[in-house]
Design a protein around this ligand. Sequence first.
Ligand code: BDR
Ligand code: CA
Length: 309
Amino acid sequence: RIPVILDGDPGHDDAIAWVLARSSPRLDILAVTSSNGNQTIEKTTYNALRVCTLLGIGAPVARGLPRPLLSEVVSAGNIHGQTGLDGPKLPEPAMALSPLNAVELMAQVLSEAREPVTIVSTGPQTNVAALLLSHPELKPKIGRISLMGGGIAYGNWTPAAEFNILCDPEAAQIVFSSGLPVTMAGLDVTEKALVFPEDFQRIRAVGNHVARVVADWLEFFYQFHRSIGYAGAPVHDAVAVAVLLHPELFETRDLYVEVETCGEYCRGCTVGDLHGRTGRPPNARCILDLDRQGFVDLLVEGAEGYEEV
Ligand code: BDR
Ligand code: CA
């Protein structure tokens, strides 16, 4: 089993990523940490607790840093709603928040881990960067950082930048330049990770309480995306988990990636050295394409992993 820490800003697609992670016997969730991003840290932390309660995740849950390293706070209430996870009613948290903050909890889990841990980070990279800065001695305990963020070809929040990276470009640059193995699920692949209404119906038909909530989340997420011209719901964050479970569904390319932290128009852009112009060795495994049907099948299988309570 791959030991993982789930760091994210739930968020519909973060929550669906966690549905996949929890249902897989191949992953062992050691901790869950919230990040500021889709909504304020108070809201994403509350959502993290509610999602963990829904899914029966028993790992400790810790609150992330309230703001990016240098940037102002940006939220995506237009996409995920005022709660950060609008849509179906969720259970109230059945567990208490960890007394440690996200960085302290990650440090504790890593220092106690007997094998390298994969960090799945589906929000801004603030917590992970703060961990790397404050505990460089723990780097050998991190096997991989599988993140959703960026795009080699384009952005979604600005023409050049994707939301998670734009929220905290300095943190993202710290992660990409850390020397650790990074898998980047950027918009190049996640905009193709589309789930269509007929796919939600397959998930709903699985029939358990988690499947119904996932179908409702997808429906909510789809309504927003449909209004801006998408044919389905792009379940960005689930790609960062799916690639750990079924790498054969994805096409990747190792690239040297830097994050633009200064640009007037391009702050937060992930600049991928597609043609080897820098002469620098790759620092990220960038996912560029996927088998969409296989991805949807995996989401259905994920939903099947829960029993009605
Ligand atoms: C990313 O931004 C957030 O709104 C989603 O949860 C995802 O992590 C996509 O750009
Ligand atoms: Ca997210």
